[in-house]
Design a binder for this molecule. Structure first.
Ligand code: URA
Length: 266
C-alpha cells in the first residue's frame, strides 16, 4: 500500500474515533452508496391517457413511531413480553447496538433506579450499569445496604446504546418513554431513583438541570399512579467530578432514611 494512501486511511480512522465511532459492526466495510438500488430510467412518455375521475389519495396507515411504541408497550402483559416488544420497536439505535439492555436486579424490591442509556460494556453484556460507572454505583449503594441481587431494580431511559455514547436525543427519549412507563406499571415500585440529568428531566418533565433537581423527592406521574422519585447525580458524572461525591452521599443518606421510614410505617 502506498505511504500516502495509508496515511489518508489512518487519518480517516482517527477522525472517526474522534467523532465517536468506537466499534466496527462488520469485518468488511459496506459501501452503502454502491449497495443502493440503481435509479430506474423514467418510462417513455406515451400518448396522454384518457381522463380518469380523480383517485382519492392513499394515506399511510402506519402510525408515527411514538404511537406505534405506545401500542406495543400497552400490549405487553409481563416483563418478558415488554422486553420482546422493545426489541421489535423500530429505531435506528437498534441497528447500531449489539444487545438490548433491559434491566437487572429484583423487580419485586419496591425500589426502581432509572439511568440514561447503556454504554459500551452494557451493550456488550446486555445488562445495565456493568461498566466503571456501574461499579461505582454498586459501591455507593452497598454503603447504604443496597445490592442489586437483593433489594433494588435497575433500568435505563433508552434500552439501546447510542453510538459513541452520545447523549440521547429528545426523539429517542420520546420513542422509548411509553416502554419505560409500561415497565414502571408492570414492576409497580414504591420509590424511583433517577440517576442523572437525562433521566430526571425525562421523567420530571423539568427544564432545570440535575444540580437543581437533585437531593429531594419529587412526584412522577406514572400509569401506576404518582410515585415518589429521588433525583441524584449520575455515577459517570461523579467519576469526572469527584468533588460532587459529597452531594451524592447526602442523596444516598436521604434515600436510606426514606426507605427506613417507609419500612417502619409498613
Ligand atoms: N450509564 C447509564 O446511564 N446506564 C447504564 O446502564 C450504564 C451507564
Amino acid at each position: 500500500m502506498e505511504a500516502g494512501y495509508r496515511e489518508e486511511l489512518l487519518a480517516a480512522l482517527r477522525l472517526q474515533l474522534e467523532w465517536g465511532v468506537d466499534e466496527a459492526l462488520e469485518e468488511a466495510p459496506v459501501d452503502r452508496f454502491a449497495a443502493r438500488a440503481p435509479v430506474a430510467e423514467p418510462p417513455p412518455v406515451l400518448a396522454a391517457p384518457a381522463l380518469q375521475p380523480a383517485a382519492r389519495p392513499v394515506l399511510p396507515l402506519v402510525p408515527p413511531p411514538a404511537a406505534a411504541a405506545a401500542a406495543l408497550a400497552a400490549a405487553a402483559q409481563d416483563l418478558a413480553a415488554l422486553k420482546s416488544a422493545i426489541a421489535e420497536a423500530d429505531s435506528p439505535l437498534r441497528d447500531t447496538a449489539t444487545n438490548l439492555v433491559f434491566s437487572d436486579g429484583v423487580a419485586e424490591s419496591g425500589l426502581m433506579m432509572i439511568g440514561e442509556a447503556p454504554g459500551a460494556d452494557e451493550d456488550r453484556l446486555g445488562r445495565p450499569f456493568v461498566g466503571v460507572s456501574g461499579q461505582l454505583l454498586d459501591r455507593m449503594l452497598a454503603s447504604i445496604g443496597l445490592d442489586r441481587t437483593r433489594n433494588f431494580y435497575l433500568t435505563n431511559i433508552l434500552p439501546w446504546r447510542p453510538p459513541g455514547n452520545r447523549t440521547p436525543t429528545d426523539a429517542e427519549i420520546t420513542l422509548f418513554l411509553p416502554f419505560l412507563m409500561r415497565h414502571i406499571e408492570l414492576v409497580r415500585p414504591r420509590h424511583l431513583v433517577l440517576l442523572g440529568g437525562v433521566s430526571a428531566k425525562a421523567l420530571l418533565r423539568a427544564k432545570d438541570g440535575i444540580t437543581r433537581l437533585r437531593g429531594r423527592w419529587h412526584q412522577v406521574e406514572t400509569p401506576a399512579g404518582p410515585l415518589p422519585a429521588l433525583a441524584t447525580l449520575h455515577p459517570a458524572y461523579l467519576l469526572r467530578t469527584p468533588a460532587a461525591k459529597r452531594e451524592a452521599w447526602s442523596d444516598l443518606l436521604l434515600l436510606r432514611r426514606t426507605l427506613d421510614g417507609d419500612d417502619a410505617a409498613r
